[in-house]
Write a protein that binds this ligand. Sequence first.
Ligand code: CDP
Length: 786
Amino acid sequence: MATETEEIRGLGHRVKRKEDDRFIRGKGTYIDDIKLPGMLHMAILRSPYAHATITGIDVSKAQAIPGVVAVVTGGLMAQHNLAWMPTLSGDTQAVLATDKVRFQGQEVAAVIAEDLYTAKDALELIMVEYDPIEPIVTPQRAMEPSAPVIRTDKEGQDSNHIYHWESGDKEATDRAFAGADKVVALDTFYPRSHPAPVETCGCVADINPATGQATIYMTSQAPHAIRTVFALVAGLPEENIRIVSPDIGGGFGNKVPVYPGYVVATAASLLLGRPVKWIEDRSENLISTGFARDFHMHGEMALKDDGTMTGLRVSLLADEGAFHADAQPSKFKVGLFHIVTGSYDLPAAHVTADGAYTNKAPGGVAYRCSFRVTEASYLIERLVQNAAYELGMDPADLRLKNFIGKDQFPYTSATGFVYDSGDYHAAMSLALEKVSYPELRKEQEEARARGELVGIGLASFTEVVGAGPHKDYDILGLKMNDGAELRIHPTGKAILKISVQTQGQGHETTFAQIVAEELGIQPEDVKVMHGDTDNTPYGLGTYASRSTPVSGAATAMVARRVREKAARIAAHLLEVSEEDVEFSKGKFSVKGAPDKVVTIQDAAFAAYTNFPDGMEPGLEGVYYYDPPNLTFPFGTYAVVVEVDPDTGVWKVRRMVAVDDCGVRINPMIVEGQIHGGLCEGFGIAAMEQITFDENGNCIGANFTDYLLPTAWETPRFELGETVTPSPHHPIGAKGVGESATVGSPAAFVNAVIDALWPLGVRNIDMPLTSAKVWEAIQAAGGSTST
Ligand code: CDP
């Protein structure tokens, strides 16, 4: 209970993460820690080909191994109408292949055995006959009329084209370009990358044959939505499905989709009447589960000679893989890509997007990103830098000239989004000050005179998070709202149940701090529960930095609802009318008589022991929040690099990151989120890429080929903050979980291009490996070394 002097550790307090006690001691519970009596193990046979017809499968030898309980094929799944499943984009995806395989690593069969070793051994004995077909490894080839059709299973699908989508005003944009003094263009590719969480995907499916109760322990970022999807796909009664997502070892978008492994393990448990565990290994995770990005983009900006931006035109081609499985709101085919106008007051914009099937794993997940906003942010920030140089302007000046002014909010963008609040000039000014920008440019000139390659890169990103308002946002028809349920016990301790799913973000701490702020109960007295659909309110889960904007708002609102009732109880205890009671930091007092005090804990006790006649006893509530608008965090990142012209190796000398995520609940956790995001942004800019050879073999299927930055190569980050509250969020918070991953890749690339610009280098596609940088220097004739 709060003492007289103890400060309530609500908003703005650097409360240590409650969850770390168990994580640091190795006492977390991940899926592989779950062991049930009688549990079987499942291993999946995957296709060695990227594109082939299946002409035969013989499982007899595998089935004969002692310890093998069942071998599941697409044929068996088809008998139960489960050979195909819907994707989050409303397409279909093979659970186990029946007709063809469409990417290397696709699920072909599964072995269920008494132990994992037996299951894996048995995989070797499944004989599959394949008849190879030309693999399609680029979306450009996929769109050619001569390309073989990948989705021969879909009636009426006679090409590999999936969708064409447009946004903005074409005519106004054409007019802007016709009247432009200068048009700057950029072709760029945002490569396929992978969220690569520490814990891979997996599940333990436990269906009780006697009761029909299906309990599925699953690495899911969206357990409630998964429950509904399972009910719809498998025809199980929803009240009998319980999805439990315990501690999750990172998700980053990878754990949003439903994967075939979940479906096969569940079907196997249903058929065998025993629990079935499936855990993918690292290579399976990298080659077959939700990739991110893979956008080929063309951008053009229209400008006046004085640097005023007048129009933006963008076209893109998305490589969606073999099944269109993007997790995007139904209304927006390419998610939130169309906030590609970024932080700029651009009067006209037009965006076109096409998606193509290729022989690669499906995905397009929101890897620490709100639905493709990362690609948008990257494109505009690369384009703005090149525009500045082509106009002979400083890139900071061009940005400052064109930023949306802080008095222009709420601001409607050229593609129709209402930005809630921002002060882009303030964030950039602080970043420039922290990095000593004018001095830095002078030093750069001196370094250039000495023949050294020093680059300064800026990126001013505008993010869009908190999906979303029910009129525009849904996944498979489910509106993107979230809930919070709060129960205050008689002793004044509380339990908060939230619909969103923490994967390391610290919700158990920050959401308790929101309750602390609203009710004055210390965060350590508020237990936060999540990840169990039987015991938490409905919601669409955690991805795209939506937890704080949506479920965080629900938490503040339910706490206020509970506070209103507590005030009525306090009035009863104080023997005054409700209007005479005021509340501050956990205490109700009588207006004008501050000494007469009832604490929230007193009110909670009275809710069960001494409540007024006619009042419903107890102190609890539930709230579902439908956000009135998206919310727009922002910031400016500045990077200084030096490039070795003889080797192409580039090193980060400084990295300054100024973020504005509105009111910060826990500044320490926010900084941790930013550090993590910057690290990922650096990895994507410098080294991460899932690529494929001409036969569709995935290169990057392990951590020696798919490089993640370690502490060794990750630069030091210097952070700064501005605070522009969201006007519509109950506590003024915006999201922060993804901002740095969204905003920072362009800053790193801009810095390297800035270093190489005088040599004539205009673009290098990520990842900027030293080999690619060296080749670009050579191609520009900038170095005589070989
Ligand atoms: O949806 P996700 O949790 O990934 O992202 P988020 O809502 O941006 O939150 C990431 C973490 O930062 C959570 O623990 C938030 O509560 C915390 N946060 C904060 O302390 N203050 C903010 N203004 C935004 C987020």
